[in-house]
Design a protein around this ligand. Structure first.
Ligand code: EPZ
Length: 430
């Protein structure tokens, strides 16, 4: 298993290109199931989650070409991925595949809408929380599906005339629920209105692509989305939106290590809440025509007090990174997690580097310390692992992170991007 070694204390200077968003690329790839035509996605990141989804879609009969090659290696950075679901050969998504990545459960909506039936394994629990799928099932049931849970699978059937438009009111904002409802309702008969819809940029990106495919969607990016179902969708070309979580993560790397870096290809409006928090912490953030410039030179970090929330609030996917950053703030910070019940696995590992963090239920109080000291630490999930990278960039001596396969799920060329700006970071293979 690979490890990453960081020798702390180097400032970051230069340019970091921001990749296409993992959390947009995944639902966009799944949307290929909705049409017989080719869907070509540009700017798809090279990540293990993308490779896993490739296998899952391949199992349904989707033909996938990456940078012009079929069954080639993982996509090159920013590769074009052409997905052709001309015919769906299998409407079952087996446990062995779904359990590798939760988002693959989202194939249920499009398979049901196009084929009238689907059998998809329930994904089970996850390191950051129980993460149920009840809202997704409820949304499809509102569209007329009959769903039974049998032997760990959701077995779904559409009514004989196909799914029917309906009012869907989510009790809590759900990104996956909104993606599912958007995709299924696009091919339903009649009009669907999603209330309390997720407003995340990745939802807007999916809606934009579906509209290019012929869907009739309005209101994406607000909490009420209306979808007028159409009988068929067609193929299109679509560039995946920039990864705001990757951008926010590198912004925190610069904030931690000090220096001056342009995050290329991203705009502040994708991540205003996090940039506002960084500004409050004493980091300079500036929109330039090349991207977002992040700098901190000399001045100390101020403590912050944040609560995670759905977009446009502070994202749960940056909570661990912010915690890593404020371990060195001049004062006491408070971070409250409201989205997932078990998203504090990084606390114990950050403590191994000398951080002073006290957990009380869903809130963490972080008392800033003057310095961290490098140590061997273990990655526990995607975002938790990168908080250790952030801490390692400023820790005295070497920090070695094991189980970096978590990082490879969501950060494309992390070591190369940081090393390119002067960080002393290397991957130790094997
Ligand atoms: C998406 O997960 C993201 N994943 C997550 O990113 C992200 O943390 C999350 O949205 C919140 O922003 C992808 O896009 C692939 P939700 P999702 O449905 O859709 C509860 C990362 O690190 N809920 O918005 O699964 C749920 O438990 C990941 O990249 C139900 O109760 O999240 C949570 O408390 C991790 N029942 C809340 O809603 C349901 O049926 C929001 O979850 C569905 C969700």
């Amino acid at each position: 298993m690979d490890r990453i070694r960081i020798t702390g204390g180097k400032k970051l200077n230069g340019v970091i290109p921001i990749s296409g968003a993992k959390n947009a690329a995944l639902p966009l790839m799944i949307a290929s199931l909705l049409t017989e035509d080719d869907l070509t996605l540009l700017n798809v990141p090279r990540l293990s989650d993308v490779s896993n989804l490739r296998r899952i879609l391949g199992n349904h009969g989707v033909d996938i070409m990456i940078a012009g090659k079929r069954n080639g290696d993982d996509p090159l950075s920013g590769a074009n991925v052409r997905l052709s679901a001309r015919s769906i050969s299998d409407t079952t998504a087996p446990y062995e595949l779904v359990s590798t990545m939760r988002a693959s459960f989202w194939v249920l909506g499009p398979l049901l809408a196009r084929m009238g039936e689907a059998k998809v394994s329930l994904p089970g629990g996850c390191a950051i929380g129980t993460r149920p799928v009840d809202f997704l099932l409820m949304a499809l049931e509102r569209l007329g599906a009959k769903i039974d849970i049998e032997n760990g699978y959701a077995v779904a059937k559409a009514p004989s005339g196909g799914l029917k438009g309906a009012e869907i009111d989510f009790p809590k904002v759900t990104v996956g629920g909104t993606h599912t409802a958007l995709m299924a309702a696009s091919l339903a008969n009649g009009t669907t209105v999603i209330h309390n819809a997720a407003r995340e940029p990745e939802v807007v990106d999916l809606a934009d692509c579906l509209v290019k495919m012929g869907a009739r969607i309005s209101g994406a990016g607000t909490s009420t989305i209306e979808i007028k179902g159409v009988p068929h969708l067609r193929g299109t070309h679509h560039a995946v939106v920039a990864d705001r979580i990757e951008a926010g993560t590198y912004a925190m790397c610069v904030a931690m290590a000090g220096g001056d870096v342009v995050l290329q290809g991203v705009k502040t409006n994708l991540l205003q809440s996090a940039f506002d928090v960084l500004t409050e912490a004493g980091v300079n953030i500036e929109q330039t025509n090349k991207g977002v410039r992040v700098s901190r030179n000399g001045n100390g970090l101020k403590p912050v007090n944040i609560t995670t929330d759905p977009f446009p609030g502070f994202p749960t996917d940056l909570q661990a990174q912010l915690m890593g950053l404020v371990t060195l703030a001049d004062g006491t910070s408070k971070i409250t997690e409201t989205i997932f019940e078990n998203r504090f696995m990084h606390v114990a590992e950050l403590s191994r580097l000398g951080a002073k963090i006290h957990l009380d239920g869903q809130s963490a109080t972080i008392e800033g310390v003057p310095k961290l000291k490098g140590a061997p630490v273990m990655a526990t999930d995607l975002r938790a692992s990168v908080s250790l990278v952030i801490a390692g960039l400023a820790a005295e001596g070497d920090t070695t992170i094991s189980r970096v396969y978590h990082l490879d799920r969501g950060f494309e060329q992390l070591e190369a991007k940081l090393a390119g700006c002067g960080a002393e970071i290397e991957r130790i293979t094997g």
